[in-house]
Design a protein around this ligand. Structure first.
Ligand SMILES: *Cc1c(COP(=O)(O)O)cnc(C)c1O
Length: 364
């Protein structure tokens, strides 16, 4: 049997009529940038996140970068980010000219360890960026307490966690602002690149919107040296067609995760840990084992595709040589990089596929 790492086909089949109708609507209107599709989606997505405002943009990296810029984070500032995340989190920080300061995760949850944040705070620290990695919410309460104590901004990286909840509250609504990605493979994905910043603060929302629109507050009037990063009408219409199905599709991912958690019984494999406060949305189902590469090829031989999130930690990347962080300095991030393997996880996995993955992992 073949089990892909991810397939959009089951979702596309179900939403075929809606997606084609969205295309027809935009194409017939013949209006592609800054219009009512974008406006409508932003309204619905803000409501989904429980925030007052949502500003669409070109991608998740821009959503984070524009949020930091709007908060005035820039050269000379430090921003606390987890040592194990997709590189975009750190790139958002360096794009605005600030310096990422890596804090190690909790090895059980893979999310930033609140107990290790304070020791990294300096006079230069401006913000904390918790990343709800793999679809699991960070421990937000202690993080918010630290931010309050030291007067720091919080910009949540929600790129992998649309709809995940912490103590019953949807992530993205805890910080001063939050960035979402609608990259096709994310839990809510466009048919191309797209992203959004959400916030409860009107000033931040207005500034993010202006910054992503050439720094313009009204046509041909420029108050900032901005970027061009907007959510186009076509992608907004596709996203609006998919959003009503997000909760149901996340629920289906939870079913797959439950099957894995109950079915995988192999002493070599460390399964994900879900704290009481968390309802994850399982963007990624991450297992760990000392024999990670062996497990990957064992599963590949059986027709099961896997992935590594992420094989090289950020401080070991060539682009961050300038940070001068030696190998061994962030042992937990390095351990996760060396041992993590992501199992197939997508909406519409069949019972046969799920069982085949479980049996194969148990056979290893
Ligand atoms: C995908 C992702 C991003 C960036 O989103 P893009 O839309 O690809 O720019 C940022 N942070 C994390 C954790 C991500 O997984």
């Amino acid at each position: 049997m073949n089990v892909p790492f991810v397939s959009f086909k089951p979702m596309e089949k179900e939403l075929d009529t809606d997606i084609r109708a969205a295309f027809e609507r935009v194409y017939t209107a013949s209006w592609y940038i800054e219009g009512k599709e974008d406006e409508a989606f932003e309204k619905e997505f803000a409501a989904y996140c429980g925030t007052k405002y949502c500003v669409g943009c070109g991608n998740g990296l821009d959503a984070l970068m524009l949020a930091l810029k709007a908060l005035g984070v820039g050269a000379g500032d430090e921003v606390i980010v987890p040592s194990n995340t997709y590189i975009a989190t750190a790139l958002a920080v360096t794009y605005v000219g600030a310096t990422p300061v890596f804090v190690e995760p909790d090895i059980r949850t893979y999310n930033i360890d609140p107990e290790k944040i304070e020791e990294k705070i300096t006079k230069k620290t401006k913000a904390i960026m918790p990343v709800h990695l793999y679809g699991q919410p960070c421990d937000m309460e202690p993080i918010m307490a630290i931010a309050k104590k030291y007067d720091l901004y919080i910009v949540e990286d929600c790129a992998q966690a649309h709809g995940a909840t912490y103590n019953g509250k949807v992530i993205g609504s805890f910080g001063d602002a939050a960035g979402f990605s609608f990259y096709p493979g994310k839990n809510l994905g466009a048919l191309g690149d797209a992203g959004a910043t959400v916030t409860n603060n009107k000033e931040i929302a207005d500034k993010v919107r202006a910054l992503g629109n050439y720094g313009s507050d009204y046509k041909y009037h420029h108050i900032y040296q901005g970027n061009n990063s907007r959510l186009d009408e076509m992608q907004a219409a596709f996203l609006a067609a998919k959003l009503p199905h997000l909760s149901r599709m996340n629920e289906e991912r939870r079913r797959v995760a439950r099957c894995y958690l109950e079915g995988i019984k192999n002493p070599e494999i460390i399964l994900p840990f879900v704290p009481d406060y968390a309802v994850p949305v399982w963007h990624i189902f991450a297992v760990r084992t000392k024999r990670r590469d062996e497990l990957a090829s064992f599963l590949a031989d059986k027709g099961i595709s896997t992935n590594k999130h992420y094989p090289i930690p950020m401080h070991m990347q060539e682009c961050y040589k300038e940070l001068n962080i030696p190998q061994g300095a962030l042992p937990i991030a390095e351990e996760i990089s060396a041992t993590e393997l992501s199992l197939p996880m997508f909406y519409g996995m069949t019972d046969e596929q799920i069982q085949y993955v479980i049996d194969s992992v148990n056979e290893f």
